[in-house]
Design a protein around this ligand. Structure first.
Ligand SMILES: [Zn+2]
Length: 495
């Protein structure tokens, strides 16, 4: 169903999160009215006569969720790293799989079917209620595939091909080495600029550009200067992985005499349009052994945003310290889904629980705060006052969560229930710009079983190639042992 201009669609929900006086407010038995791609009314009732009505009287209606850091791919390598990984990588995830065997040698990811991988990822994000996606860094030549599937699936996307001034590889002794090549970054930046100039605003403005110098660690001052300049000229934001690695913090302090945050602040790089992916290892974090604080104040002072994706980091025993400390310092926080699963609701739960655990404070990282991060925080990071909220004039990006639901149970406060009991699987309906893109928990742009089948084949093809990309050819199951040993067929016993 496509929302026609002029027609009014009314959604009647058991609970509805409306936006009033600068904050989310809860409406019990509320309505939201959509005309074209925008919301025209939110409240208890509507005087007008709707052309159609969506009955969501057993649902919670919330704004479309924003993933400020999502890797749009099937995560063929990240799915391997759980409960282990090389100790010399200091709990990094992707370094266990992504680097090539020798400089210019084969990389595991190169065997992936990008089309199957990306189509699956968009479907999974939408199914979990994510309506706006910031692609966190794909340096591959997949721009056309990204646009093709985002166009078809109906989501909003911020993306351009990521660029770096270096490349990791594993040498013949198994050591992780970085090959630096600044020109590679300059060329990549030019490619990204052209991509944005060619496509910004396409698909009814659902696609927008963002520059992505993938990793702070693999960037140089000159690349960052050119990126900042290009972002200002194009009027787009910047995102990159930042302080996700422990060695990134220490190496910067040792070589620059300043923390990574201080370096960015001194360069004039930090600004309200900068989205820092992860931003874990900064001054004052207990694992960096660098107690001289001030980093958070610099980030907050510049108005930059931290994209907090707690689940992927929790898998490695790594944590933000802490959600409340960042918030108290005035740092804008968005929620990201990183690699897998693409479930912002699960990320909100993790952010809240980790915030309480790490802060040793049950009053920290409240349901309200993580919900704000996944909606208003993301919108602020993207400079959008028409996303992340249900208000007249905002884009009609709406998620209906099924609350007639044994998994969720009796409800006193639907936002606390959403954060503590719900999951992306409870999302029933998703609208982006007034158009229904998920109905009855299924994406409408493709056959989910077919998407899944192709993604599985793509991943299995890659996993088969694992020994050829490992520095001494070890089999996959040796490097990342499965949780359970395989069943051994019993010998036939003749009676
Ligand atoms: Zn990432």
């Amino acid at each position: 169903m496509t929302q026609q201009d002029g027609k009014h669609t009314l959604i009647r929900a058991r609970w509805l999160v409306g936006f009033q006086d600068g904050e989310h407010r809860l409406i019990e038995d509320g309505v939201v009215v959509v005309q074209g791609d925008r919301i025209v009314h939110v409240g208890k009732e509507w005087e007008g006569e709707p052309d159609e009505t969506i009955d969501a009287r057993d649902c919670l209606a919330i704004p479309g969720l924003i993933s400020t850091h999502a890797h749009v791919a099937a995560q063929v390598t990240d799915r391997l790293v759980l409960d282990g990984g090389r100790r010399d990588f200091m709990r990094s995830g992707f370094l266990n799989c992504a680097p090539r065997k020798l400089l210019g040698g084969p990389s595991l990811g190169s065997y992936e079917d990008a089309d199957a991988s990306i189509a699956y990822a968009f479907a999974s994000l939408l199914r979990h209620g994510v309506t706006t996606i910031v692609e966190a860094g794909n340096t591959g030549d997949v721009g056309d595939i990204m646009l093709q599937h985002m166009g078809a699936c109906g989501a909003r996307l911020y993306y351009s091909p990521a660029f770096v001034t270096g490349e990791y590889f594993v040498d013949s002794d198994g050591r992780l080495v970085v090959h630096r090549d600044e020109q590679l970054g300059f060329d990549g930046l030019e490619r990204a600029i052209r991509f944005i100039e060619d496509h910004d605003g396409e698909f009814g403005d659902r696609y927008r550009g963002i520059l992505n110098p993938d990793e702070f660690y693999l960037s140089t001052p000159e690349l960052r200067r050119r990126t900042r300049e290009a972002a200002d000229r194009l009027g787009v934001g910047i995102t990159m992985h930042f302080c996700e690695q422990l060695f990134e913090f220490h190496e910067t302090v040792r070589l620059a005499g300043r923390t990574p945050v201080q370096v960015l602040a001194d360069e004039g790089f930090l600004a309200p349009d900068v989205l820092l992916g992860h931003c874990i290892y900064i001054a004052g974090h207990p694992m960096v052994a660098y107690p001289w604080e001030g980093d958070l104040e610099l980030i907050a002072g510049a108005g930059a945003t931290v994209a907090h994706a707690p689940l992927a980091l929790a898998r490695r025993g790594v944590f933000l310290s802490t959600f409340d400390r960042y918030q108290r310092a005035g740092v804008n926080i968005g929620i990201g889904t990183d690699s897998y699963p693409y479930d912002v609701i699960a990320e909100m739960r993790m952010a809240s629980l980790a915030g309480k655990l790490i802060g040793m404070d049950n009053e920290a990282a409240k349901a309200r705060d993580v919900f704000n991060a996944a909606t208003l925080g993301g919108a602020k990071a993207l400079g959008r006052d028409d996303l992340g909220r249900l208000a007249p004039g905002a884009k009609a990006d709406i998620v209906l969560v099924n609350f007639d639901n044994v998994a969720i149970g009796p409800v006193w406060d639907p936002i606390r229930s959403l954060v503590m009991c719900a999951s992306g699987n409870d999302v029933r309906t998703v609208l982006v710009g007034g158009k229904i893109v998920v109905d009855q928990g299924r994406v409408l742009f493709a056959d989910e079983h077919e998407l899944l089948r192709k993604a599985q084949i793509s991943c299995e093809t890659v996993w088969k190639e694992f020994p050829g990309t490992h520095w001494i050819g070890r089999p996959l199951a040796d490097v990342f042992p499965p949780a359970l040993r395989p069943w051994q067929a019993a010998p036939t016993v003749l009676s």
